[in-house]
Design a binder for this molecule. Sequence first.
Ligand code: MOS
Length: 740
Amino acid sequence: MDQITESKIIGVATRRVDGPLKVSGAAMYASDHHFPGLLYAWPVCATIAKGSIANLDSAQAEKMTGVVAVYHRANIGKLYRVPPAAGMSLILDEKRPPFEDDEIRYYGQYVAVVVANTVEQARAAAESVKVTYNRDKPDANSKLLGSPLTTDKPEEKSKRGDTATALKSAKVKVDEVYTTPVETHNPIELHASVAVYDGQKFTLYETSQAVVNHRDVLAQMLGVPPEQVQVITRFLGSGFGGKLWPWPQSALAAACARNLNRPVKLVVSRQMMFQSVGHRPAIEQHIQLAAEPDGRLTAVQQDYVNHTSMLDDYDEGCGEITPFIYSTQNLLVTGGLARRNVGNPTAMRGPGAVPGLFALESAMDELAVSLKMDPVQFRLKNEPEMDESLNIPFSSRHMKECLTVGAEKFGWANRTPQIGSMKKDGVTLGWGVAACSWLAARSETQASVELRQDGSARVACGTQDIGGGTYTVLAQIVSHETGIPVSKINVVLGDSALPSGPISGGSWVTASVTPAVLEAAQKASQSLLLVAAKSDGSPFKGKKPEDLELADGMVRLKGQAQGAVPMAEVLQIAKINSVSGQGKSEGTLEDSKPKYSFHSYGAQFVEIGWQPEIARLRINRVVTVIDAGRIMNPRPARNQIEGAVVMGIGMALFEETMYDSRSGAPINNNLADYVMAVNADTPQIDVTFLDYPDYNLNALGVRGVGEIGLAGIAAAIPSAVYHATGVRVRNLPVRIEDLL
Ligand code: MOS
């Protein structure tokens, strides 16, 4: 497809088309779905983290008011395992179907589920199910590096040159361990499943970032063909990765609906959100860097271990960015997994890159300090010419400009490097910087576009809007191609019965849907021009379709505004209700020999204020410069970066899921004790998009902005803290106690 450089709507700040539905409460989230005869399910959760069920007695619960059924291993019915993931399909977080055996592997594992007429009755009965356990001591060892791994030795992820020798002969070095704790996804919308079964077909209203995969996984688990499962997610109260793949509550709700032949709703409680729907794992990273006294990097080594669950292998992939972000002849990245008695970890916004860059960029700051070099200059000095890990060119990389523009906007030239040397109004200031990157990709996508005789258009794709603005972006693409205003474009998403669309993950929805929707809109336009050229009564009858065009919502002779006829009129004259077109796009993800290294880049500049007298640490301001290709819609794009920066403040200063080492239970399992950044913690955030189109990725040159804004923030903050206090915090989150 040709490069598209000009547009009246792409890149134009456009209000969210779904905004009114959301703010008026009309948007239907999964748990908003109600049906006649709806029953409520409440799981019974294991209160040990390791051992087995000795006895499960549901007799009392079954007799309680409103209780319809109590299901457990003996009576839930058949739930199958899912074959290993192939590409982007059949992915799930827990390969073991719920209740498959009596072994307990993590605290909160579902052991039974109560179904009742009301949610209160179900919950009360669930608390009355008596479970006795054979208890073992859970493995909650928080030391990860050096622990036994799932593999004989750490896996080599990327390697070039001779890192060991280069480190040994290094003139200037950093050799440190950085740790990040478990972080729990806390979207305000709880995970929920409403399952409807009609004796043959399942209709599942889910909190899913991937409806098509969810359908295929549930069809496997339920043992029915995919045609008998439909998954619907019209709106998501976000997910941050926690809703990418199905979790056990979905299979439980569907199995209950099947057994009872009635609709069943299961909403996971906030407490269960900390137990059984994923988290970012605990990670330890050993970073070794070496440089010449002039600041040229000579070796980079990163060895990480993250925890995983007893049955599933979740690899955080912390070394994803390390191999290409800087130029160095010698590089080694290894990774390993250590089993612990925890629920399975999963992707959390910027998986791998975000914790990986915390460690790498913190170490880069430490090395800059040792070199007595400015940390911006140090990074500029090590800018690579190409992706040195794959020996291919960067598709579009403007890292240097991110750093220089950010430095300019921030006023970095005024920084004095001595610790505690900058003060304002009696407050010690600390300035820190970090570079960042995130992958850019496309995944296979299909879409359809329909042009209708009422002048409206409909665009449909089996993707979903996690809250980032996908509804609006699809309308913009169709509007760009047809000239139909966004207000007349009906975007239909969030249904697995639609043409198969991408997951809302990896920041790749926009890049993936763009080619498919453009193609579908072009084909629909061609069909319309054919109607104009062939239909009796059409002012264009007898013209060649290729001499016509659809522009500004009107059919006309190419380039001639005069004599243009509205699309609606052309269809009405022809007595045709609508014309349609299908489009598809290939993925880049499975390309084993990519021609280009596709990534987004950014630079994060942070100012903190430190008042030791009252132990007060605040983030004053953040300047973030993002190179994420062409920006489709600056409004939601800015929101994505701002939200990510706030999440990064939470990661740097607050977020940590703590486990009781005796029981293996997450103990700060609620929104009061699990501290997240809130409005009061939010600084001035200055977002700049460089806006260079990446035409190698798609015709509009768009990449994606979902995750890049978080990357680097959690490194820039501790570096700013060091600049103010002289204390280098390598174990997140930064605590006030660390600084006193
Ligand atoms: Mo994102 S962690 O790929 O939902």
